[in-house]
Design a protein around this ligand. Sequence first.
Ligand code: ADP
Ligand code: MG
Length: 323
Amino acid sequence: KHTAELIAAGEVVERPASVVKELLENSIDAGATQITVAIESGGVKLIEVSDNGSGIEPEDIPTAFIRHATSKIQTGEDLNAIHTLGFRGEALASIASVARVELLTRTETAEFACLYRIEGGEEQPLQPDARGVGTTIRVRDLFYNTPARMKFLKKDSSEGTFVADVVSHLALSHPEIRFKFVREGKTQYVTPGDGKLRSAVYAVLGREFSRDLLDVGDSTLGYRVYGLVTPPRCCRASRSMQYFYINGRYVRNRTMMAALETAFKGVAMQGKFPGGVLLLEMPADLVDVNVHPAKTEVRFARENDVFDIVYHAVKLALTQPGS
Ligand code: ADP
Ligand code: MG
């Protein structure tokens, strides 16, 4: 195995949650409206993602697992360049180099589905199989061939929680997709896929959290912020119930957090922190989301503008009648 290949795999595939994120993004890219995620042993033993997206043509299947010809993984310096490219075309290849992968897929025009297996980069011939249009990918025994990496994993329940977070983050920002999440044999939730943020929040975060959420919505100067926040009298929120997105991407961000919390200052609150789901759309050239592709941090060109728009939008929601 080429060293560069393993280094690259290490960058994109850090733990089960990173595999799940890549697979879900592929399902979303494929236009899926229904996605099921199931994990066993925190995702270390098994990750299964099944979608009703476009499927993959049989002749394209092996190619999907090959690093793109334009891949820049040749020198150490190039690895930095890959960072900022977001590993385009790297995910399946990386995953297949460190796990046993099975892909079952069918396109609309295909007469039957195709089953493809690849283990530690060794592929087996395609076999005809059955399923509806879409793709199922099973990733078993993550890091079975790289014990050194296996050692960096936390216990299964913690890995499972990282996976759960990734699924929640995507389910909340894609209310138009029906997400089903099964953890260790138990269905955690099914979102309705009706396009409404409120329904997704209800399914993912529960009835208790979802009661009386206030609508947030405001826009100015190329920025738009929308979402839901807990009402002031809510005492069930915590900082772990604050979800922020920038241009569709889940982020952890101090500026948005400070804006949300500052907007609640002076409002009689029962709990210590407000909760909510806030999505910010803004000019792409004013935000750098590539601080680290596997992480969720961002940098703004104009941090004050971001603070102002979020603060103002939440403040507005709090002064609406009924809040
Ligand atoms: P990238 O997403 O950057 O193109 P990946 O390695 O994640 O690279 O995927 C390789 C290719 O495999 C994708 O470009 C796509 O053509 C195909 N693919 C992967 N997952 C799916 C899926 N769930 N449905 C349809 N096509 C998929
Ligand atoms: Mg991908």
